[in-house]
Design a protein around this ligand. Structure first.
Ligand SMILES: NC(=O)c1ccc[n+]([C@@H]2O[C@H](COP(=O)([O-])OP(=O)(O)OC[C@H]3O[C@@H](n4cnc5c(N)ncnc54)[C@H](OP(=O)(O)O)[C@@H]3O)[C@@H](O)[C@H]2O)c1
Length: 225
């Protein structure tokens, strides 16, 4: 909205339940059926296990509308999904569920990073976020939007290698600049990512209190280094 876009916001319970939030941020609360109509981009940000339910909805958006997926999979929260447990990249699974190519963006930013850490383009230390996908035009749109939210957009390659920005990798929610993020994506090791992810969750639960944002980022960096 701050970049001048008109934004529709939808959930599953209905627009009346998000009307106040939408008003506060300058968006328009709509029914999910209306969120996919007359739009240039569709951003899906829902719990991972929900994606299979969205296929009928998403098919109403014209094929030319890029679909951006922000999701991450945590089995303790989302239930076990065998294909993903077997190594299918999470956004490839999402794409199969909604029967539509997707661009993976913003998944590697914590909510507080997105809310508070965006900076103008060119500022030293600006955080970079990876954007993966196969459709060049859709990816360019997603990268432009990532930039407009205050982050350097880094092309992280095709969806097939988007496991490099999933939970448990050095690129995931570690708040890195472009050069460091580039190296982090290259250093990602798929064979350790699941173990890293689960060790992180265990460490967070062992502390007995909600870690603050800086603690989460620091622990993400430490466990995936
Ligand atoms: N939170 C973070 O820091 C963060 C960071 C990076 C990526 N992500 C990823 O982004 C996604 C969303 O995360 P979140 O933390 O925003 O989750 P959340 O707080 O649980 O919000 C999920 C939203 O999805 C809506 N929703 C659920 N089912 C729906 C359906 N069938 N149709 C339309 N809307 C539906 C919910 O609306 P109702 O309540 O009405 O059902 C709710 O507004 C997840 O995949 C998460 O892993 C989150």
């Amino acid at each position: 909205m701050a970049s001048g876009h008109m934004v529709k916001l939808a959930n599953s319970k209905g627009p009346e339940t998000i009307a106040e939030l939408a008003r506060d941020i300058g968006a328009t609360a709509v029914r999910a059926e209306d969120a996919v109509k007359d739009v240039e981009v569709l951003i899906l940000s829902v719990p991972f296990a929900t994606y299979p339910k969205l296929a009928d909805l998403v098919k109403e958006a014209p094929a030319t509308v890029p679909v951006i997926d922000t999701s991450n999979y945590y089995p303790f929260r989302d239930g076990s999904i065998p294909d993903v447990d077997a190594g299918m990249p999470q956004s490839v699974w999402v794409s199969e569920q909604i029967k539509r190519p997707v661009i993976k963006a913003w998944n590697a930013a914590l909510a507080a990073t997105l809310a508070d850490k965006g900076r103008p383009a060119g500022e030293v230390g600006r955080i970079a976020l990876p954007v993966a996908g196969d459709d060049a035009s859709g990816k360019a749109t997603a990268m432009q939007l990532v930039e407009e939210t205050g982050f350097d957009a880094l092309d992280a390659g095709p969806l097939a290698t988007s496991w490099r920005q999933q939970p448990g990798t050095p690129a995931y929610c570690t708040e890195l600049t472009t050069a460091v993020l580039t190296a982090a994506l290259q250093a990602a090791d798929q064979s350790c990512a699941v173990d890293n992810r689960d060790r992180l969750i265990k460490k967070f639960s062992e502390t007995g209190k909600m870690p603050d944002h800086d603690e989460v980022v620091a622990l993400n960096r430490k466990v995936t280094a």
